[in-house]
Ligand binder design. Structure first.
Ligand SMILES: *Cc1c(COP(=O)(O)O)cnc(C)c1O
Length: 370
């Protein structure tokens, strides 16, 4: 645990992003993804806020364990929870959760359907499933649809969905996202032509929603954009705010001469420098590969120097920075401006999803409403 190093999660900005999403998809119900600890922002407080303050009725988790944790921590949450991938459908815990109500598995392979159809306990379970339209990860195929058609006719489909592999690309006619959507509509038509009733549908994750694509389906399923960062980056079309701000401080600072070895692995200063030590390292989710990227302290640009330790990291400045960078000064690894976290992600050859999910439990999350 730490005190002066924390992630401040601004729920007011989350609400702003939520309403901007609703404006992009005025006819759809927003089903926010809160998997992976709400993208590192905190499953419980984020879910409670979305339900109570944004009126959300359905939340998306990746695993049954996340859904059960959410229910245990928030009895009477008042929202359904949809488990999108790791549904644990044959697990005893799954039977309790899915029969108890409010938690719904997305079925995504033939064996999931077999389990559900062969178990009397699941007789009333609404059928929610994902079809594979070209992402080739999870999802039923056309052959599966044909094979289970009699069951679909008898039971109806509650929610029919697919997932886009490249919606973060700026859309063009005939691209992967359009082809996936066409395939989704074709599969849907195959089912409805055969007499299957389909109650609800969804296709769009953040990249698609940003471009108002697939937003006439029943639900949209935003993850990343809800927490701030854009998926489409050239050009950026999403005008959300980064909900989290990652704050730390200067633990210590000193001058080094060119040629001085610094820290583990004794990396040698390549020039006379002023070094600031930050009390965050890979044990906090400040990864070793962040070495070389930019960190600003009091507006002065420094570089992550040498080896990032488990508990600390060095920021290298020119010697003149000593006048402006002092022990205990606050440091923002990123702030509420999306362009900063994007810069940090690009420099580290990763994406904002991983930056946010990577912050460990040693860093407290602090919640601010305005
Ligand atoms: C994670 C996920 C989303 C959200 O994706 P983002 O790119 O974060 O918006 C939507 N749908 C499914 C099925 C997902 O697994």
């Amino acid at each position: 645990m730490r005190f002066s190093s924390y992630v401040e999660v601004n729920l007011g900005l989350l609400a702003g992003n939520f309403s901007a999403i609703q404006n992009l998809a005025p006819k759809a119900e927003v089903l926010p993804m809160v998997k992976a600890d709400a993208y590192g922002n905190g499953l419980i407080p984020v879910s409670q806020f979305l339900v109570r303050d944004c009126g959300v009725k359905n939340l998306g988790c990746a695993s049954l364990g996340e859904a059960i944790h959410l229910l245990d921590e928030c009895p009477g949450l008042g929202s359904n929870i949809v488990v999108f991938s790791d549904n644990e459908i044959s697990n005893k815990k799954a039977r309790e959760a899915y029969i108890g109500g409010n938690v719904y598995p997305v079925l995504h392979q033939a064996s999931d359907l077999e389990t559900v159809l062969n178990d009397k306990a699941f007789q009333k379970l609404p059928l929610i499933f994902k079809v594979n339209t070209g992402m080739n990860r999870l999802g039923l195929s056309q052959e599966d649809l044909e094979r289970f058609l009699p069951h679909f006719k008898a039971r109806g489909i509650h929610h029919f969905m697919t997932h886009f592999a490249r919606s973060g690309d700026y859309l063009k006619d005939g691209d992967k996202t359009h082809r996936q959507y066409d395939e989704f509509l074709r599969m849907k038509k195959f089912l409805t032509d055969a007499g299957v009733s389909i109650e609800k549908t969804s296709v769009s994750n953040s990249g698609a929603i940003e471009q108002s694509f697939g937003t006439r389906e029943t639900f949209v399923r935003p993850g990343l954009m809800l927490y701030g960062p854009p998926s489409v980056t050239s050009p950026v079309v999403w005008k959300g705010h980064q909900v989290s701000k990652w704050v730390t401080k200067v633990l210590s600072s000193f001058h080094v001469k060119k040629g001085t070895p610094v820290g583990y692995g004794v990396n040698v200063a390549d020039k006379d420098s002023f070094m600031a030590v930050l009390p965050i390292g890979y044990g906090d989710g400040f990864m070793t590969y962040y070495s070389g990227s930019t960190v600003y302290i009091n507006g002065i640009e420094g570089k992550v120097f040498g080896r990032v330790n488990m508990d600390m990291a060095f920021i290298q400045f020119d010697p003149e920075a000593a006048a402006k960078v002092k022990k205990d000064d606050q440091v923002e690894i990123w702030n509420h401006d999306n362009s900063r976290i994007l810069e940090f992600a690009t420099q580290n050859k990763t994406h904002c999803y991983q930056l946010m999910c990577g912050i460990s439990g040693r860093i407290p999350r602090i919640y601010k409403v305005k």
